[in-house]
Design a protein around this ligand. Structure first.
Ligand code: SF4
Length: 346
């Protein structure tokens, strides 16, 4: 397990928690809009030692070649063996190192001040020691949030099954027909991405989907395509609410409420853990979003792209959507994915 950096406080990244964020080096994608270029392609040795900038370009490698999941999925990190590390991601340079000992010393000093740790990258699931790392964090009483690009569903599932993550945020890069282009990987096999989406839709861990919306990579049709994909993945999954099933209620089907919960179908609006929306319906949220959470939909956030220097595909090549354009299309997206919401676009 390697770390390349830390953000010692975030009030935004882990829903409902005061957290720190750690960054893992290496990624099997090459999203051209990525702001974490140094964590994806590495940097010259001397710059890495100083944590500086400037990185050689590295060719993208298809994840089916770059990750070892095809051959070693069963030996995923949660099993404590096998897997690949950041050296297996096509990175041409070195990565800065943030020592694990320093991280755990930091964590021990933050007892009672923080209650969560976000693990982001790069792609954290590439780290062979991730399961042990999560266990050590959770042993200290901190919840774990994992950010992932969804390309390693076997490892994701194993971590969840082992009870080592409390929240998962998965990127859904684009509609299927533009996924490879948006992930920066030619001939990307979407099977694993679909598998991760379907697994998270099962509601076994609190989660969210998120799409960074980039002018030049996403059209309205592409966003609608993502929405239809998520809806297809949701179809057929059990609806998980304590009170029953909003769809049941709509269909006039009555089921007894689980013991101790009171209420019947669609009453009260409280979802079980695993939907990412396990709090009572928030009156400040749009009605369709609250209804979606009741029906067991995880949130789907459309995030604004922040124009800036140092993106992987070249400075000035990508731009944010006009916020009004996103606001205009949002109701249509919410008709397909009721939890669709905008984040960080103003
Ligand atoms: S998956 Fe994330 S870290 Fe990897 S290249 Fe894409 S945006 Fe960057």
């Amino acid at each position: 397990m390697r770390l390349s950096g830390i953000q010692k406080l975030t009030l935004l990244d882990f829903p409902g928690r005061t957290a720190a964020t750690v960054f893992t080096p290496g990624c099997n994608f090459r999203c051209p809009f990525c702001h974490n270029a140094d964590l994806v392609r590495g940097m010259p040795e001397d710059a890495a030692r100083q944590g500086g900038a400037g990185a050689p370009e590295a060719p993208a490698r298809a994840p089916q070649a770059a990750d070892a999941e095809a051959g070693t999925d069963s030996a995923c990190p949660a099993g404590g063996a096998g897997g690949t590390d950041a050296s297996d991601t096509g990175a041409a340079g070195a990565f800065p190192t943030y020592e694990l000992a320093d991280f755990f010393a930091f964590l021990d000093k933050r007892q009672g001040l923080l209650d969560g740790i976000c693990i982001t990258g790069g792609e954290p699931l590439l780290q062979p020691g991730l399961a042990d790392f999560c266990a050590r964090v959770r042993e200290r009483g901190f919840a774990v949030k994992l950010d992932t690009n969804g390309s390693l569903p076997g490892r994701l599932r194993a971590l969840v099954d082992a009870g080592l993550v409390d929240y998962v945020a998965m990127d859904v890069k684009n509609a299927p027909e533009r996924y490879a282009e948006t992930a920066g990987v030619a001939n990307l096999d979407l099977t694993r991405i679909r598998e991760s989406v379907a697994f998270l839709m099962e509601g076994r861990v609190a989660c969210e989907f998120r799409t960074t919306v980039v002018d030049g990579l996403h059209t309205e049709d592409n966003l609608l395509g993502i929405a239809r994909w998520l809806a297809d993945a949701k179809a057929g999954q059990p609806v998980r609410t304590e009170a029953g099933n909003v769809a049941d209620a709509a269909a006039g089907i009555e089921r007894p409420a689980p013991a101790g919960t009171g209420g019947r179908n669609g009453q009260p609006a409280r979802a079980t853990a695993g939907t990412g929306a396990e709090t009572e319906a928030d009156p400040k949220r749009p009605a369709c979003t609250a209804a979606g959470a009741e029906a067991g939909w995880p949130p789907w956030f459309l995030q604004g792209f922040i124009d800036g220097e140092g993106v992987l595909g070249g400075t000035g090549r990508f731009h944010a959507w006009e916020p009004d354009g996103l606001r205009r299309i949002l109701p249509e997206l919410q008709r397909i994915v009721p939890t669709a919401a905008l984040r960080g676009i103003d």
